[in-house]
Design a protein around this ligand. Structure first.
Ligand code: UD2
Length: 311
């Protein structure tokens, strides 16, 4: 099978690429390496790797026409919320224009598509207090260009099914963590930051009191969710939450790292980040109805993450 992954050298995209590759498929990656890394996907040769911006619509259309992919994953995006606040117009191009162009190229030229997958985000729920967040019952309240753009992307993905019959699906990712997550920015996933701090024995700062909670999902559980929705025709035109349905506070996470590393690092508390939400977790019952069974609670997930690091 032929598979296209935009953003395929990023944290999540590289895991999708690896699994398809290991299962004997031909995987093509388009990634401008703005946040992804070429070394995340050493198994993809240069003939299948395009270091290009996802706004290169001509390239993407050509790829779709030439290769007639079975699966298309659209993960490439300006992923930093802060960067989208600084660059609303540019991020709109990366995050919305790219999505509709790729959907349109697929509609017009890709005749044997099994699924078009779009990566959405829990960011679209904003700071409304209801919990757990449910695709059916919760209102959305996008508070950044990033959140608006992810919501637009998933809605385009959805209507490309209802209007044109394209087999599409979108997942709203909650707080994904695991190997290859890039810890380099202040706004990287907090687990990758804590991991980095422990490795370097450097101080960690809690923004707020550390009692904020998130629905942390280990990359392997996310892959399970992705494979369930891409292989099931009943998911066409639908949007699902991708989390574990459990909330864990930051202090618990920090203490788990301390236990596994076997030493303490200095830590301090400062003001909560502007716009930070206090609590978040997902209702994943629709995914569970399709067979989703998350296997990694936070302790098991952190253990697996650290074991991978040691390799
Ligand atoms: C997630 C997404 C973000 C956006 C947002 C929308 C990730 C990695 N980020 O941000 O892209 O979708 O949801 O709601 O999935 N923290 C510290 N110290 C640090 C870094 C973080 O205390 O050095 C706190 C941070 O203030 C927050 C929590 O840790 O309360 C989680 O932070 P995060 O950036 O990993 O994830 P989140 O949910 O804020």
């Amino acid at each position: 099978m032929k598979v296209l992954i935009t953003g395929g050298s990023g944290f999540i995209g590289s895991h999708i690429a690896e699994r398809f590759h290991n299962e004997g498929n031909e995987v093509f990656v388009v990634d401008n390496l703005s946040t992804g890394k070429r070394e995340n996907i050493p198994f993809i040769d240069d003939a299948h790797f395009y270091q290009e911006n996802v706004q290169n619509h001509e390239l993407l259309t050509d790829l779709v026409k030439t290769h007639q992919f079975e699966y298309i994953f659209h993960l490439a995006a300006m992923v930093s919320v802060v960067e989208t606040v600084e660059k609303p117009v540019e991020s709109n191009g990366d995050n919305i224009d790219s999505t509709i162009h790729l959907l349109e190229a697929t509609r017009q030229h890709n005749t044997n598509l099994k699924k078009f997958f779009f990566a959405s985000s829990a960011a679209i729920y904003g700071d409304l207090p209801d919990l757990p967040k449910s695709v059916e019952d919760s209102n959305v309240n996008p508070l950044s260009p990033y959140a608006v753009q992810k919501f637009a992307g998933e809605q385009y993905t959805k209507i490309y099914h209802t209007l044109y019959g394209l087999p599409t699906v979108a997942l709203r990712f909650f707080n994904v963590y695991g190997p290859r997550q890039n810890p380099e920015s202040d706004y990287s996933g907090v687990l990758s930051i804590i991991n980095q701090k422990f490795l370097n024995k450097a101080p960690f700062t809690f923004f707020g009191d550390g009692k904020q909670t998130r629905d942390f999902i280990y990359i392997k559980d996310l892959l399970q969710a992705i494979w369930i929705v891409i292989e099931d025709d009943s998911t066409n035109g639908k949007v699902f939450n991708a989390g574990t349905g459990k909330q864990t506070d930051l202090i618990t996470v920090f203490n788990a790292f301390s236990d596994y590393f076997g030493y303490e690092i200095p830590y301090s508390f400062t003001d909560a980040r502007a716009g930070d939400i206090k609590h978040s977790y997902s209702d994943v019952s629709p995914l569970k109805d399709l067979g989703f069974r998350p296997e990694y609670d936070i302790m098991k997930g952190i253990a697996a993450y650290l074991k991978y690091n040691q390799k």
